[in-house]
Write a protein that binds this ligand. Structure first.
Ligand code: MG
Length: 261
């Protein structure tokens, strides 16, 4: 989408800001012994108490408010009372926040989408590096996401970080336009495809690298949602929603309060 109306940009900022704040809050709950269900409940309460809607709940019948993907789970993991976090795990927390405006009998949504992967207690140095590198690739993508750049400039900046470290890049999932709808065009790959399509000022996009410690192959589990690596090696996932600015760095709409970008 392209946004130009100042009041629409303000609502997107509001949604992004709340998404970043909620994500930072639920990260504080990640300790051994907690269930992914507990994290989901906390996130839903924080979102609804702020007058917003958890974007994912009910989206294509997704049953929870956030996605929680542990270890070999890449994305779209479903929170569960039976999924207890253990020391040494890594967990990806992915959430969307919607503010809904009602005007003239019409409703319009304003959405922010963001994710991080965090350690549960102490993790191995190799996993620490996977998390750090995947976040680094998100930041490299943000640096490349200037108005007038091509989609391939952005995708290539992300890909280069994975290539340098030898990670498998998830091919089937990636970033996307966002804003009035949860998923909009364009689809944004985490590797070069030769796309010369331009990032235009006013575009709102979510970029979300997913890197695997092993191979790039993934599959969807029997629950119809949870994406796992085929070799069951761990995976990491980071995401921000951005507003593209003419010739300059994008505005990071979902920046977390303590995040230095
Ligand atoms: Mg997304």
């Amino acid at each position: 989408m392209i946004v130009t109306a100042a009041e629409d940009i303000e609502l997107l900022r509001k949604a992004g800001k709340l998404a970043g704040e909620v994500l930072e809050e639920i990260c504080k709950l990640i300790v051994p012994g907690v269930t992914t269900w507990d994290i989901d409940q906390a996130a839903e309460k924080l979102i609804r108490d702020s007058g917003a809607i958890p974007t994912f709940k009910g989206y294509r019948n997704f049953p929870a408010s956030i996605c929680t993907s542990v270890n070999e789970e890449v994305v779209h993991g479903i929170p569960s009372k039976h999924k207890v976090l253990r020391e040494g795990d890594v967990i990806s927390l992915d959430l969307g926040v919607t503010f809904r405006r009602q005007a003239n009998g019409k409703k319009q949504d304003f959405i922010g989408d963001t994710a991080v992967t965090v350690p549960v207690g102490k993790i191995s140095p190799r996993l620490e590096k996977l998390l750090a590198d995947t976040q680094l690739s998100l930041y490299a993508g943000i640096q490349a996401a200037r108005g007038g750049a091509t989609l391939d400039d952005l995708s290539g900046a992300i890909e280069d970080v994975a290539l340098a470290a030898g990670y498998g890049i998830v091919r089937e999932y990636g970033g996307h336009g966002i804003g009035y709808n949860y998923h909009e065009d364009p689809f944004i790959l985490n590797y070069r495809s030769g796309s010369r399509a331009k990032l235009k000022p006013g575009m709102v996009i979510a970029i979300e690298p997913m890197f695997n410690q092993g191979g790039d192959r993934v599959k969807v589990k029997g629950d119809g949602w949870t994406v796992v690596t085929q070799d069951y090696k761990p995976s990491a996932h980071f995401e921000h929603s951005l507003l593209i600015i003419d010739g300059a760095l994008p505005e990071v709409l979902t920046r977390r309060p303590s995040e230095n970008i």
